[in-house]
Design a protein around this ligand. Structure first.
Ligand SMILES: C[S@@+](CC[C@H](N)C(=O)[O-])C[C@H]1O[C@@H](n2cnc3c(N)ncnc32)[C@H](O)[C@@H]1O
Length: 304
């Protein structure tokens, strides 16, 4: 796996906030486990697998999520145009879409330096030239207004501490009539949780690199306030449930081992055990999913 290890040695050209540094550290640390458990070497995808008619294997379903993003961005018009992948991981979806739509240009950004290095390498190895990658936070991108025909965030917008920072920046970058597509986990409502569920929920978010998933209502209210129209919400929880089950099963041994360590050594912080700990979080995450507190959605919005 030597070739696939992340390298933190990139020159930094962005100043990350404390929260963003936690996300960076999380993704630098969990990458080797993703390679081991999530077929990532083949698909480059750090997202749930999207099952629908005709899709059978896990790998097909991971790649099908990329096709789904393309459809939501308006691929019925044959080409996508100038597209931003806001939170691109190691470039899986960007490279896939660039390859599928050779007359489009895809720009992938992430705050995790090692991911940029890998994304560039993977694009080069696959001879995909209409894709580029930049180290940048999606809260502040050094590109002009009205630049992109479409923007998407695949399991990335949940890391914005203030979701309005993400929405404002996407609005600024989109051309009029451009589409914003966000696919992610959302709270179903803002009703306070009972104390036990609140604790489980906070633990799951924390161990997934300090995610802050907004509720559907909070997210769509911000979209409307900003001036987005044509908002469509698709509940795709069922389409991803098989990959959630996979994640749960993978998480069981990690959950058991970290629970024992916790009993033995007490509460511990971000150490080398953190990776086990975050993979073990798939077990309580399943409780959150089954309890109906959160769901998995695709939300499309159009800039006026
Ligand atoms: C679950 S991964 C998804 C990656 C990719 N979309 C995929 O599906 O393979 C979340 C990604 O969001 C990125 N991210 C989180 N916060 C970000 C921010 N403020 N700006 C840019 N990227 C961010 C992380 O670095 C990571 O690449």
């Amino acid at each position: 796996m030597g070739n696939y290890l992340l390298n933190n040695g990139l020159d930094r050209n962005i100043e990350s906030s404390e929260d963003e540094k936690i996300v960076e550290e999380f993704y630098e640390n969990v990458w080797p486990e993703f390679v081991r458990w999530w077929c990532t070497e083949e698909t480059l995808g750090l997202h749930y697998a999207f099952y629908e008619d005709g899709i059978r294997t896990f790998k097909e379903a991971i790649l099908n999520m990329n096709d789904f993003v393309g459809r939501l961005l308006g691929s019925e018009e044959k080409e996508l145009g100038n597209i931003l992948d806001a939170g691109c991981g190691v470039g899986g979806t960007s490279i896939y879409l660039a390859n599928k739509y050779p007359n489009s240009t895809i720009t992938g950004i992430t705050i995790t330096p090692g991911q940029i290095k890998l994304a560039k390498k993977f694009a080069q190895e696959r001879n995909v030239n209409n894709v580029k990658f930049m180290l940048s936070s999606y809260a502040n991108i050094e590109l002009p207004d009205n630049y992109f025909d479409g923007v998407f965030g695949l399991e990335s917008a949940c890391y914005a501490k203030n979701i309005s920072d993400f929405i404002d920046e996407m609005y600024r970058l989109l051309k009029p009539k451009g589409r914003l597509v966000v696919i992610d986990g959302f709270r179903k409502d803002d009703i306070p949780l009972n104390p036990v569920m609140q604790k489980i929920y906070e633990g799951v978010c924390k161990n997934r690199g300090y995610a802050h998933p907004p509720s559907l209502n909070t997210y769509t209210s911000h979209l409307k306030e900003k001036g987005f129209t044509g908002i469509i919400i698709r509940d795709i929880s069922k389409n991803v449930s098989r990959s959630q089950l996979r994640s749960f099963l993978i998480g069981i041994p990690f959950f058991i081992s970290t629970s024992f360590k916790r009993l033995k050594f007490g509460k511990y912080k971000l150490t080398e055990d953190f990776v086990d700990y975050s993979f073990g979080t798939s077990v309580p995450a399943a409780i959150v999913g089954l309890s109906g507190v959160a769901g998995y959605y695709a939300i499309i919005a159009i800039k006026k």
